[in-house]
Design a protein around this ligand. Structure first.
Ligand code: IYT
Ligand code: CU
Ligand code: CU
Length: 312
């Protein structure tokens, strides 16, 4: 417990005038039940523009199931740690750590913009404590991460493009249900470098594509049953004005006795494909989303791989 307490006092340590790091740690928590989601908000330590250029996780597999970092304007709680929820306003995901998955590195010259007028005045760290047998001794946990930051403007800004289904219904017993999402892309070029998939138990495979002149190019494909970290994206695929961004989640209704809807509980489902990209800082947009249902005619041409479950 001692080491834990001293570590939470350690704040952003200046290493030189421009570069600094910030420690985001749980305040010595003792998860009391399995599948506890705990979170903690931290004010961005500067009112000026700053850039996150690296993430260093501090978590061990036997205690932490997964860990997510969000940025937002208004966290659910600024004082103590929060038990439910992260932000009051829209939260933007910036980092994911999951057991067994290699952590994502930002490319050189790329940073997440925070502070200043970025709309990110708080970091919210959310940790899913899975199995709590590691806490039988009631020790306090200080898992979290260190952010390497700089005030030096970065040539490229990192951002997240989230594709999510809002209307999928999975019929009980039905072997295959596809959730298709697609949007026209009408902004400056983005360069995807990582992707993350998210569903609950019924998801088999999630794939994301760029469609240009009718040709589908894979950005990333993964089983949502594997650790839900950000995995490296297909680097050859950028997205430009006039392209379509599309994703498909394949679900099965086998084993269910009633309809499954999109929703927040583990009895519900979700279909998410997150693209982590960088963009020229001159016209950077740090967050975009797509919630439109893809047309049948368009998805007739989706590559066959998108329907092939990944066995885990
Ligand atoms: C209904 C749904 O699909 N929710 C997702 C996506 C989502 C993420 C964020 C929706 C909103 C957000 O602000 I950030 I509105 C969802 O909740 N995904 C979870 C986490 O909340 C991030 C996940 O693990 O991807
Ligand atoms: Cu988890
Ligand atoms: Cu979910």
């Amino acid at each position: 417990a001692g080491g834990c307490v001293s570590r939470i006092k350690q704040q952003h340590i200046l290493t030189n005038s421009q570069n600094f790091s910030m420690d985001l740690r749980m305040p010595g928590v003792v998860p009391t039940k399995s599948d506890n989601y705990l979170c903690m908000a931290f004010p961005v330590p500067t009112s000026r523009d700053a850039y996150i250029v690296d993430f260093i996780p501090h978590a061990s597999m036997d205690k932490v199931h997964h860990m997510l970092l969000f940025g937002c304007q208004t966290p659910v709680s600024t004082s103590n740690y929060c038990v439910q929820g992260t932000c009051v306003d829209e939260a933007s995901i910036m980092y994911a750590w999951a057991r067994n998955a290699p952590p994502t590195k930002l490319p050189k010259d790329v940073g997440f913009k925070v502070g200043g007028n970025s709309g990110m005045s708080y970091f919210v760290l959310q940790i899913h404590y899975g199995d709590i047998t590691a806490f039988r001794d009631h020790h306090r946990d200080c898992s979290g991460l260190t952010l390497q930051m700089t005030s030096k403007p970065q040539p490229f800004i990192a951002g997240i493009y989230l594709l999510m289904s809002v209307d999928t219904v999975i019929l009980p017993g039905k072997r295959v249900t596809n959730a298709d999402i697609a949007c026209d892309y009408t902004s400056y070029p983005i360069y995807p470098f990582a992707f993350r998939t998210h569903t609950h138990r019924l998801g088999k495979v999630v794939s994301g594509y760029r469609i240009r002149d009718g040709k589908w190019s894979l950005i990333g494909r993964q089983s949502p049953q594997l650790p839900q970290a950000f995995y490296p994206a297909n680097k050859e695929v950028s997205v430009e004005y006039g392209d379509i961004v599309a994703a498909r989640c394949v679900f099965t209704g086998e084993g269910r006795t009633s309809k499954t809807y999109i929703g927040g509980t583990s009895a519900d489902e979700m279909c998410n494909f997150y693209i982590m990209y960088y963009m020229d800082s001159k016209h950077a947009i740090p967050y975009m989303n797509c919630m439109e249902t893809g047309f049948k005619e368009l998805f007739q041409h989706i590559p066959a791989e998108a329907n092939v479950p990944i066995t885990v």
